[in-house]
Ligand binder design. Structure first.
Ligand SMILES: *Cc1c(COP(=O)(O)O)cnc(C)c1O
Length: 420
């Protein structure tokens, strides 16, 4: 740029050589504007096709790298990205469903999706029906009425029931319905829903893929190119995409996904077995345990487990769970999961089950096991049980005790919006 003034130099992008530069990482390309060489190519920009670059909203090379990686892992044709797992699910549903359509959701569906279905799909005149996740007979009879979409989430949120996805796919397709699968727990490393016949698979990349509790993102992957192009166009019209910086973080997470999953699932299974021996624990809800609902489907269809599972305490413990959680020193209290640091979340299931009324305790504990040493995590959980024992032995004394901890009753209605 010969003889430009300072103001012009300030805003101009010079050219530097990239010769010999070959980083091992995917570059972060940030852009709203994509520059065109001449006005004619700008005028003809939409001829660049669905993967051409025309505007940042429709993706940059950084997006393309992550989309391709996920498509390969899911054995799918096309992946679109969304700014959260929740957005991936709501966008998939909004694209597929129209007024008058019917959608079947498992009773164990991720809580915020239930909220979306009840609040928003209903308003659009879409019929939402919840089905018992492991009851194939009932699902079959529900499919007697015209249905557009059957949603599966396996294992189910919080209670972890494993669904018979191949059987559900068979029934749904026979009835002319599409099947969408929330595969966040397994990740494509442990289950590939598209290979089992599902039409689309969603991952909350915020969980295992990102793996460090600091990014929100989701993906939708499909086998059918026409469906994929339709989804991509829908996302564009809605103005939805993910940030390239976040894509780079998710790609970094993906590099260690396999080793993190192996480690956290092994640690979680050790801890699940230890919990099963604890006198205050009534039930451990983990797909790899032999008497867990759908364990046979898990063995047949999945190649591994994950670091997340739940457990139930004896009903007398209910009002003491929250204060006993204060005894934890290592495990944090919080929503989400799949990170390097262990988390415990007290969750209320009752308002999240409508197909089959919840018969379990008011409060369940969901544990997301991170990369800490198992011994340290067990020692921390032992602190929780010691605090619980103390309160169960002398609840009045404990309530009046030091530290100013007051009982906070677990609300049966308060946390159905909880981000899991
Ligand atoms: C967390 C989660 C989601 C939503 O993901 P966000 O990125 O937090 O919106 C969806 N499904 C399941 C099973 C989840 O655990």
């Amino acid at each position: 740029m010969p003889s430009a003034k300072d103001e012009t130099l300030c805003v101009s992008r010079g050219t530097v050589s990239t010769e010999g530069f070959d980083s091992l990482t995917v570059p972060i390309y940030r852009a709203s504007t994509i520059r065109f060489g001449d006005a004619a190519s700008f005028a003809a920009r939409f001829e660049r096709g669905p993967d051409g670059y025309v505007y940042g909203l429709y993706g940059t090379p950084t997006h393309r790298h992550l989309e391709r990686k996920i498509s390969e892992l899911e054995a799918g044709e096309r992946t679109v990205l969304a700014p959260s797992g929740q957005a991936a699910i709501t966008c998939a549903m909004l694209h597929l469903l129209s007024t008058g359509d019917r959608v079947l959701l498992p009773d164990t569906v991720y809580g915020p999706v239930r909220d979306f279905a009840d609040e928003n799909l209903g308003k659009l005149g879409i019929e939402v029906v919840y089905y018992e996740p492991c009851d194939i007979g009932t699902l079959q009879s529900l499919l007697g009425k015209p249905t557009r979409l059957v949603w599966v989430e396996s294992p189910g949120s919080i209670t972890m029931e494993v669904q018979d996805v191949p059987a559900i796919v068979h029934l749904a397709h026979a009835a002319g319905a599409l099947v969408g699968c929330d595969n966040t727990w397994a990740s494509p490393l442990n289950f590939k829903p598209l290979a089992h016949g599902a039409d689309l698979v969603v991952e909350a990349l915020s969980k295992h893929f990102c793996g460090h509790s600091d990014v929100l993102m989701g993906s939708i992957t499909v086998r059918d190119e026409a469906l994929g192009l339709g989804l991509k166009a829908f996302m564009g019209r809605m103005g939805i995409n993910a940030s390239p910086d976040d894509c780079a973080l998710v790609m970094r997470g993906a590099e260690t996904l396999a080793v993190r999953l192996k480690q956290t699932s092994a640690s979680a299974l050790d801890i699940a077995h230890w919990l099963a021996t604890q006198p205050r624990v009534v039930r451990v809800l983990h797909p790899a345990l032999p008497n867990h609902p759908g364990h046979g489907h898990w063995r047949r269809d999945f190649s591994g487990s994950a670091g997340v599972f739940s457990f139930e305490l004896m009903p007398q413990a209910d009002s003491h769970i929250l204060p006993a959680c204060d005894a934890l020193e290592l495990i944090s209290i919080g929503a989400s999961w799949g990170g390097t640091k262990s988390l415990l979340a007290p969750v209320t299931v009752r308002p999240l089950r409508t197909a089959t009324p919840w018969a379990g305790p008011e409060c369940l504990l969901r544990l997301s096991v991170g990369l800490e040493a198992v011994d340290d995590l067990v020692a921390d959980l032992a602190r929780f049980f010691a605090a619980l024992d103390e309160r169960l032995a002398a609840p009045e004394a404990a309530r009046a005790g030091v530290g100013g901890t007051t009982d906070r009753a677990v609300s049966s209605h308060g946390n159905d919006q909880i981000r899991q």
